[in-house]
Design a protein around this ligand. Sequence first.
Ligand code: PMT
Length: 224
Amino acid sequence: SESRDLLGLRIVITAGPTVEDIDPVRYLSNRSSGKMGYALARQAVARGASVTLVSGPTHLDPVSGAKMVYVRSTEQMLSGVQEAMEDADVLIAAAAPADYRPARVFGQKWKKLDGLPQIELEETPDILATINRSRVHGQTLVGFAAETRDVVSFGKRKLEEKGLDLIVVNDVSQPGAGFDVDTNQVVLLSKSGDVDPLPMMAKSSVADRILTQVKQIRGQRNGE
Ligand code: PMT
């Protein structure tokens, strides 16, 4: 990748799943491994950016050169991102935060003799939408969209609803794309209307394409 071309850019990246506790031993989560977000952080560090990686629980090694912020729940991920964004230019939200959490957490392990647990769910906060509302002028927001059908039209809708500059849409039902694998196949949709379908490639290469697009968006903005 281009050497040190992101020097001076302060990037916050989210990665991995979040986890919402049901009781002291059980939780709700999803299939995100963190690989996409960690690849973004590694490439951004290699290209000279200052990187804060806000990570849910994963089995991955910390990214050396990045500031690591470890969180568990979506609420905690939101707090970590809010704090990091006080001092940042770009947010890239590659994490898969849990959208729902139990409305109340059982204090003791639920036992079979307690009967079938009734688990009422409530929505977690939307991190990107919250950051968009408090966005400081000039900050760039990049989201992902995990879809299983009509990826471009659902992606465009999310781009608009969450006030994003760029959205990276992956069809997570395709083999070799999305959760846990080392490759991804994405379409980059920009606020300005560009639609850029990329071939299947390593997550590190997808990361570089996203970072180059971010650099272009920042360049256009500086040139205003
Ligand atoms: O981690 P890997 O195994 O490498 O897999 C990569 C990935 C499939 C997780 C990644 O490529 C991806 O698509 N990440 C986004 C997953 C997701 O939550 O998609 P979504 O369409 O539900 O959410 C849209 C966007 O809103 C995402 O940028 C997400 O981070 C963000 N979001 C979602 C929920 C929430 N409460 N707050 C958010 O900000």
